[in-house]
Structure formats: structure tokens, C-alpha cells
Design a protein around this ligand. Structure first.
Ligand SMILES: O=C(O)CCC(=O)C(=O)O
Ligand SMILES: [Fe+2]
Length: 264
């Protein structure tokens, strides 16, 4: 079995912009069923079985995305956490997990697998596309309620959502006693980035603006775009100084080098 990249330039750019990719009903029902009665909490033994590894971690679509975004010899998860809710609850507050990353690179994919369907009243995970670049104090976003552009992961059974670590998310409110499980696991990069996903020409294309997140004002969307360009260039192995970050303000003001000013 060989893992091959599955994303092309356009799909990679979309991931850079959204920070997530979703595959509905990806895992077959026969396998979903075997995951529905698992206890909550850390899953190590179960996910290290050949059956789980082949059905989920090395699923050609899932591993193909990991290969596209994380390069050759990416690290495959060897544990997982089962976020299981059975009772009604008010939901979590907005957060991103952990505090380990703050850069523009794509080094860590955090994935959510739902072995059963999740409806609006089942406590769906809420995610905010594009929030992976807004790295803020975890407590500072906890008070937000509904955010324009938030996406409830109301999904059919067998859905896998792969996100750039750092994406804002939370478990949504749950109104019933139906069991809702979500198995969370992570892939990591092990080699420096280069453009080795599906390409149709050797020439590296410039990042193509993907539009505007609905919560972003026009001004903030410039910042989103420059962050996307930086991540895109980084993924393509162009590890340049972030020109747009340093020079973005030149859209509105101008300046000359100090030596030139002294001569004037
Ligand atoms: O269960 C969920 O939908 C999300 C859980 C979560 O994000 C967490 O516990 O960190
Ligand atoms: Fe979380």
C-alpha cells in the first residue's frame, strides 16, 4: 500500500484559506458501527489495531490529504481521544486546543471522525473556517457566542474533518440523550515543505485569493490574504521573508530608504 497525495494546487489553496477539509460519509457504515460503543477518553489500543489504522488513519483519502499537506514520511497518529457526550449539555466555549503552535506553517493536522450521524441537537462540533491564523489567548475568545461564518459539523455517519491545528472550535450545545462520539487524532510533518502534491505544471502558481470569510471586514481580509500567501509560499518551499507582512501598509502610505532621505 502506498500513500499518494490527493490534493492539487486549487484544493491546497482552499485548505490554506479555510483551515479545514471535510469528507462526508467517508468511512463505511460497517466500520462506523464498530466505533459506536467505545468508551469516552483516551483511545490507544483500539486505534492501534490494524483494522482502525487501515479504515481511518491510512484511508487513502485521509492519508492522501495528510501526505499533500504534510509531505513525505508524515507521522501517522498512534493514539486518539474519544470526545463522547451522552447527556444534554450547554456546549463548550470557543477555543483552540493546546498552546504548542503559533507559526504560519502547516505542521499539524487535527482531525475529527464521527462514527454516527450528528444532527443540530446532538451537540455538533462548531468550527470557524479561517480562524487558524487568528492565534489568540485561549481565554480571550471563550466569551464569544455565535460568530458569523461558524460552521456546525452536522454530518452523516463516517464523516472525517481535517483541520489545521489552531482552528477555533467547540462542542456545540446538546439537547438530547443520544450518544454523540467524535474521535480526534493528529498527523504531523516530518520533512521540510515542498510542492509535492498533485501539480500540473512545474511552475509555482501565486496564491489565488479565495474570497472573504463572512466575519472579516474588508480591511481584515487583506490581513487574511497576506497570511494565506505566506503559508502558501512556505508550503511551496519558498521560505522567504514575508514581504506582504512587512509591506502591506504601503498600499496606503509610502516611504523611502533612510539613505535616500539623508541625500535629499
Ligand atoms: O466534542 C467536540 O465536538 C469538541 C471537543 C473539543 O474540542 C475539546 O474537548 O477540546
Ligand atoms: Fe477542542
Amino acid at each position: 500500500m502506498e500513500i499518494t497525495p490527493t490534493l492539487d494546487d486549487d484544493q491546497m489553496m482552499r485548505f490554506v484559506f479555510d483551515g479545514l477539509i471535510k469528507f462526508e460519509s467517508l468511512i463505511p457504515e460497517s466500520f462506523n458501527e464498530t466505533c459506536r460503543e467505545l468508551p469516552g477518553g483516551r483511545l490507544t489500543e483500539f486505534v492501534n489495531t490494524e483494522a482502525f489504522r487501515n479504515a481511518v488513519f491510512l484511508h487513502p483519502e485521509v492519508a492522501g490529504v495528510a501526505r499533500s499537506l504534510l509531505g513525505e514520511n508524515f507521522l501517522v497518529p498512534s493514539n486518539a481521544h474519544h470526545h463522547l457526550y451522552e447527556e444534554p449539555h450547554t456546549g463548550q466555549t470557543w477555543h483552540s486546543d493546546g498552546l504548542t503552535e503559533e507559526g504560519h506553517g502547516v505542521n499539524h493536522l487535527q482531525c475529527f471522525y464521527y462514527p454516527q450521524a450528528v444532527g443540530p441537537e446532538d451537540g455538533p462540533t462548531m468550527v470557524l473556517p479561517g480562524s487558524h491564523y487568528r492565534i489568540v489567548d485561549r481565554e480571550a475568545i471563550a466569551h464569544y457566542g455565535n460568530i458569523r461564518g461558524q460552521m456546525p459539523l452536522t454530518v452523516p455517519a463516517g464523516t472525517v474533518v481535517m483541520t489545521k491545528y489552531g482552528l477555533w472550535h467547540k462542542a456545540g450545545a446538546k439537547l438530547n440523550n443520544r450518544r454523540r462520539g467524535m474521535i480526534k487524532f493528529s498527523y504531523f510533518r516530518a520533512t521540510p515543505p515542498k510542492r509535492d502534491w498533485i501539480v500540473s505544471s512545474e511552475e509555482i502558481p501565486a496564491f489565488v485569493a479565495q474570497g472573504r470569510h463572512s466575519y472579516a471586514t474588508e480591511v481584515e481580509s487583506y490581513r487574511d490574504l497576506s497570511r494565506c500567501k505566506r503559508t502558501w509560499n512556505w508550503l511551496c518551499g519558498l521560505d522567504e521573508e514575508p514581504g506582504d507582512v512587512a509591506h502591506g501598509a504601503k498600499m496606503f502610505v509610502s516611504a523611502v530608504p533612510v539613505k535616500q532621505a539623508l541625500k535629499a
